[in-house]
Design a binder for this molecule. Structure first.
Ligand code: PEP
Length: 267
């Protein structure tokens, strides 16, 4: 049992820690909410969704990452609004005989501000390695497009107590790009078991990993990078996730296809 004076100093320590972490998050990092449309959409459904997003005006940065064929439509619809846009993948190459690939300068041509790299669906379905993901981040940065580097452990890895070790392994080649590059990117922590499953990490589970990511970023001089949480984020759970000191926003899949739900997450 704690004595009364130990209890008081323990409480003071906890409150001070919480306040300093909270003020850093609130003061230095703008909240960022990015929708990942994945392989959804068609010209007419997109038009309705984009029309609903156009008036969005929040202090949160809001963006959508859309399938390549719709970049022109999205650029035209969102030009001059507070909502920016991006893509869901990028080549490591600038141009050449790479059939089916899309380069970062091409994304730039369509006004992309963001590109997702290393989404778990690309890592698992397309065998993308940690090094390839870092190479894609480098290519995006070279073209002036901000990479959103996705990391996250599987359920088996979490159950084996490996979550943070997996994140460190995935981040290592990205951190090796150096402080100048790392300070310009965004990291998204997306536990694979929470993506599209309706099962969200608790704010405390997410914060534990975000704090580890923050420490790894700090170690290379990039402690102020925005770290987003992704995995079944909805309007009903966003506020509790965003109350955590190292959660700076969200990467939103399914809920980003419903304008009202997406805007309530970003509100
Ligand atoms: C995602 O696609 O990055 C994602 C987090 O999906 P969902 O929000 O549907 O879980």
């Amino acid at each position: 049992m704690l004595g009364y004076s130990s209890f008081l100093s323990e409480s003071r320590f906890r409150i001070n820690t919480l306040m300093s972490a909270t003020s850093t998050a609130a003061n230095d990092r703008t909240r960022l909410v990015i929708g990942n449309w994945k392989m959804h959409g068609n010209l007419s459904d997109n038009a309705a969704l984009l029309a609903a997003l156009r008036p969005a005006a929040t202090t949160t940065q809001v963006a959508v990452c859309v399938p390549f064929p719709y970049l022109a439509q999205v650029a035209e619809a969102l030009q001059g609004t507070a909502v920016s846009w991006g893509a869901q993948d990028v080549s490591t190459q600038v141009q050449g005989a790479y059939t089916g690939e899309i380069s970062a300068p091409m994304l730039k041509d369509f006004g992309c501000r963001w590109v997702l790299v290393g989404h778990s669906e690309r890592r698992s379905m397309h065998g993308e390695s940690d090094q390839l993901v870092a190479d894609k981040a480098r290519a995006a940065l070279a073209a002036g497009v901000t990479p959103v580097v996705c990391v996250g452990e599987s359920l088996a890895e979490r159950d084996a107590g490996q979550a943070i070790a997996v994140i460190h392994r995935q981040l290592a080649p990205v951190l090796a790009l150096g402080a100048d590059s790392v300070t310009k990117l965004v990291v998204a922590y997306e536990p694979v078991w929470a993506i599209g499953t309706g099962r969200t990490a608790t704010p405390e589970q997410a914060q534990e990993v975000h704090a580890a990511i923050r420490a790894a970023l700090q170690a290379v001089g990039a402690g102020n990078v925005q770290i987003l949480y992704g995995g079944s984020v909805k309007a009903s759970n966003a506020a509790s996730l965003f109350s955590m000191p190292d959660i700076d926003g969200a990467l939103v899949g399914g809920a980003s296809l419903v304008a009202d739900e997406f805007l309530r997450i970003a509100a």
